[in-house]
Design a binder for this molecule. Structure first.
Ligand code: FMN
Length: 199
């Protein structure tokens, strides 16, 4: 990503412990350009996702990629109205799936969604490193994804992802323009406690 922009974002996010700047400067813009994504970058972000750790190295994550017009139309139709407005500009939509059973013996893998989440995190960071936005979306119809892609009912469909280059925020409706900035986080001491359930 562009150096100046990265530094500007980092200034907005307090960083007392000097976290990796790639982590700190990633955020989720909605203004996206329809500009195509080079094959190599798309494969690289999937490659990054698939190096995520997983329980028994099961690698339960799966990704349906939509980038051809007819595939994009089908994927867009699964999005909630609130996301369709902006995510329709994304040149690539990704449906994240997770397989619920261990391939070795078919027993339930109770960690599959946790592992798919890790893979999404890796994907998002590699996308960001390459100057791309990967914006996760929970606002979509799981039922529609199941029906459209014949996804078995027991599979997880944790998220969809809009992938693209950042565009000018003026292309967004005013209510989304107001939200087009990096978010903050809870205070660190709200998310951990020492030796007891302290929340
Ligand atoms: C699983 C998941 C679901 C999300 N769903 C939506 C969504 O439906 N629509 C949307 O605009 N943003 C969505 N987001 C983006 C979050 O709102 C965003 O990641 C969060 O506010 C933190 O901001 P940041 O990513 O800019 O740091 C989602 C993110 C994740 C990881």
């Amino acid at each position: 990503m562009e150096k100046n922009r990265e530094e500007e974002i980092i200034r907005l996010r307090p960083d007392p412990y000097e976290v990796n700047p790639l982590i700190l400067s990633r955020w989720s813009p909605r203004a996206l350009l329809p500009k195509p994504i080079p094959e190599n970058d798309l494969l690289a972000i999937l490659e990054a996702a698939h190096w995520a750790p997983s329980c028994f190295n099961e690698q339960p994550w799966r990704f349906i990629i939509a980038r051809r017009d007819e595939d994009l139309a089908r994927a867009r139709a699964c999005l909630a109205e609130v996301n369709r407005g902006w995510a329709n500009h994304a040149p690539v939509l990704i449906i994240v799936l997770s397989a619920p059973k261990f391939s070795l013996d078919g027993s339930p893998n109770r960690w599959h969604d946790f592992d798919a989440g890790t893979a999404w995190g890796y994907l998002a960071l590699e996308a960001h490193r390459r100057g791309l936005v990967a914006h996760g979306m929970g606002g979509f119809s799981q039922k529609k994804v199941q029906e459209t892609y014949d996804v078995p009912e027991d599979w997880g469909i944790p998220a969809m992802v809009a992938l693209g280059y950042r565009g000018p925020m003026e292309q967004l409706p005013l209510n989304l323009q107001e939200r087009e900035h990096p978010t903050q986080r809870k205070a660190l001491n709200e998310i951990w406690s020492e030796g007891k359930f302290g929340f």
